[in-house]
Ligand binder design. Structure first.
Ligand SMILES: CC(=O)Nc1ccn([C@@H]2O[C@H](CO)[C@@H](O)[C@H]2O)c(=O)n1
Length: 109
């Protein structure tokens, strides 16, 4: 790879949830719907661009905002109202989003 699809950024406050393997999806807009299932993606903080883990992309599926439900919220470790408020804030007026499922790639030690 070595192109833009090998990196993803998350808000720093989500880092503990991601590196512990608890948070297993992220919901993004079309500009981030290009990740390929099976590829390994380097995870960085949005604020400082610090790399903190790798994830393997499992799937990328279109998701209408109105179809976001409790299962998505559970996979995000957020309440449904928190998740919807967050997504409205990040992607105002966007009705079509993409749910990216991933798993944490454990570091050998
Ligand atoms: C450019 C950039 O980094 N954008 C985003 C967009 C979303 N998110 C998080 O993904 C989940 C949305 O399903 C929620 O947990 C959000 O807080 C994020 O961390 N960073």
């Amino acid at each position: 790879m070595g192109n833009s699809s090998s990196k993803i950024t998350f808000f720093q406050w989500l880092r503990p949830l991601i590196e512990s393997g608890q948070k297993t999806i992220t919901i993004r807009d079309e500009s981030e719907s290009h990740y390929e299932p099976g590829s390994i993606v380097s995870v960085h903080t949005l604020e400082t661009d610090e790399k903190f883990c790798d994830i393997e992309i499992l799937s990328v599926e279109a998701l209408r905002f109105e179809d976001i439900n409790d299962t998505h919220a559970r996979q995000e470790l957020l309440s449904l109202s928190e998740l919807k408020a967050l997504l409205k804030d990040i992607y105002p007026g966007e009705e079509l989003l993409y749910v990216i499922s991933y798993r944490l790639v454990e570091e050998p030690r």
